[in-house]
Design a protein around this ligand. Structure first.
Ligand code: ATP
Ligand SMILES: Nc1nc2c(ncn2[C@@H]2O[C@H](COP(=O)(O)O)[C@@H](O)[C@H]2O)c(=O)[nH]1
Length: 182
């Protein structure tokens, strides 16, 4: 059965870093999602996201999509099917709403990694170090954008507290080997 590892959590928790580790160490590719937000420094079209405008975004067929502030984000059926053609296990970074859509639509094909840190201050420092503006950090770390783990999703979640990268990789290795035993 084709499966998908959903990676969700607050901004700066380390979702992208973890997806890169899964690619490098387990050959688990990330399904690239689509967004209308502008590129951040260092981001690459078709690798970080498919960067779209409102018109090109409106023409895609989405599994699910959400709006954050002025920008749209969505995961397409085309991209998931394409990734599953070559890999039985793939990953995808989404917000908590996206996780709910996938759990509802794909059921037991879904694994869920919830990534967080012990403190919000740690997230704040990482985002500022990454070059995010103070306004954007405030927005990302408040309200629904904080991507808190909801009670209904808790039973599905493998929680990774990514304070220390060495400990995170050890826990990730254990989680991935448990997935591979199923
Ligand atoms: N365990 C860690 N200790 C310290 N820094 C870390 C750790 N894990 C990731 N980082 C750093 O924190 C920053 C944010 O990580 P990353 O981009 O992976 O987060 P993210 O959850 O994908 O954020 P966003 O949702 O905003 O894209 C990066 O600069 C990354 O190198
Ligand atoms: N539901 C979805 N959420 C998505 C998708 N692609 C990304 N995201 C989430 O958006 C926020 C903001 O991302 P950022 O790159 O601007 O920091 C973050 O929580 C992502 O996980 C998607 O296709 N669907």
């Amino acid at each position: 059965m084709k499966k998908i590892i959903l990676i969700a959590g607050p901004s700066g928790a380390g979702k992208t870093t973890i997806s890169e580790y899964l690619k490098k160490h387990y050959d688990i590719p990330r399904v690239i999602t689509h967004t209308t937000r502008p590129k951040r420094p260092g981001e690459v079209d078709k690798e970080s996201y498919y960067f779209e405008n409102d018109e090109s975004f409106s023409k895609l067929h989405f599994f699910e999509h959400v709006k954050y502030g002025a920008y749209q984000y969505g995961s397409s059926k085309e991209a998931l099917d394409k990734a599953w053609e070559r890999h039985d296990l793939v990953s995808l970074i989404v917000d908590i709403q996206g996780v709910k859509s996938y759990v509802t639509q794909l059921g037991e094909q879904v694994y869920f990694l919830y990534v967080t840190t012990s403190t919000i201050d740690e997230l704040k420092e990482r985002l500022i170090r990454r070059g995010d503006s103070i306004e954007s950090v405030k927005e990302r770390l408040s309200g629904s954008e904080l991507n808190k783990l909801s009670d209904d999703l808790e039973p599905y979640a493998h929680i990774l507290v990514n304070d220390n990268w060495q400990e995170t990789t050890e826990r990730l290795n254990a989680i991935i080997s448990s997935f591979k035993q199923v």
